[in-house]
Design a protein around this ligand. Structure first.
Ligand SMILES: *[C@@H]1O[C@H](CO)[C@@H](O)[C@H](O)[C@H]1NC(C)=O
Length: 200
């Protein structure tokens, strides 16, 4: 016997006990269905949020790592400060680093990890050595690693930082006048950056 829910009122129980049982069962089923519908809606909303977060994460991938050169050569010393153009690209995920300008442009705002290693070789003992560079954000100096020593022939220095960058900020490495870097396929000079997490 089928009792439509709209007819299923407790009054029916006074008249017909089998209709009454059916009625109570229908009420119970309606409650369960509502409960499952609500749970399903919530799960779907959660899934959508998780998918959006994952999409955002994938879209914001940004990482680069470059070295000065693949062949044995030195850069500098120059009379003027010069932006270092790293030519050997290990990774340029998101195309943030430009080999034609030497500049990394942050694709979006976030906390970035930046690392710079410079190396120089005087060529002969006693010659002047000047492994120095400036890590810059929008032309402002973030760090100036340098190594000047008259006693040895080779010098290397590294710096690693976590910095907040805004979308469009430009990070580069400046070779100050008088400094010079030397490299080979050993990749002694590297410049690396990646987005740790986005903040927009
Ligand atoms: C549960 O969802 C289905 C499909 O959207 C709908 O047809 C049904 O009326 C809903 N039931 C309740 C009790 O809300």
């Amino acid at each position: 016997m089928f009792v439509h829910y709209s007819l299923c009122v407790p009054a029916v129980c006074l008249l017909d006990s089998s209709s009454c049982g059916c009625c109570l069962m229908q009420r119970q089923m309606f409650r369960m269905e509502s409960f499952f519908n609500m749970s399903l809606t919530e799960l779907q909303r959660d899934l959508q949020r998780a998918q959006a977060a994952l999409h955002n994460l994938r879209a914001s991938r940004s990482a680069f790592s470059v070295a000065l050169t693949d062949t044995r050569r030195c850069l500098g010393p120059f009379r003027e400060d010069t932006v270092v153009m790293y030519q050997s690209v290990f990774l340029n995920l998101g195309d943030g680093y430009s080999t034609s300008t030497g500049v990394f442009t942050a694709p979006r705002s976030g906390v970035y990890s930046l690392a710079l290693t410079v190396y120089s070789d005087a060529g002969s003992p006693g010659a002047t050595l000047a492994a120095c560079a400036r890590l810059r954000r929008n032309g402002g100096v973030l760090a100036s690693p340098s190594e000047h020593n008259m006693q040895d022939q080779e010098d290397s220095v590294s710096v690693t930082m976590a910095v907040q960058l805004n979308a469009g900020d430009r990070v580069d490495v400046l070779l100050p006048a008088g400094c010079f870097l030397c490299d080979s396929d050993n990749h002694y000079n590297t410049f690396t950056g990646f987005l740790l997490y986005a903040t927009d």
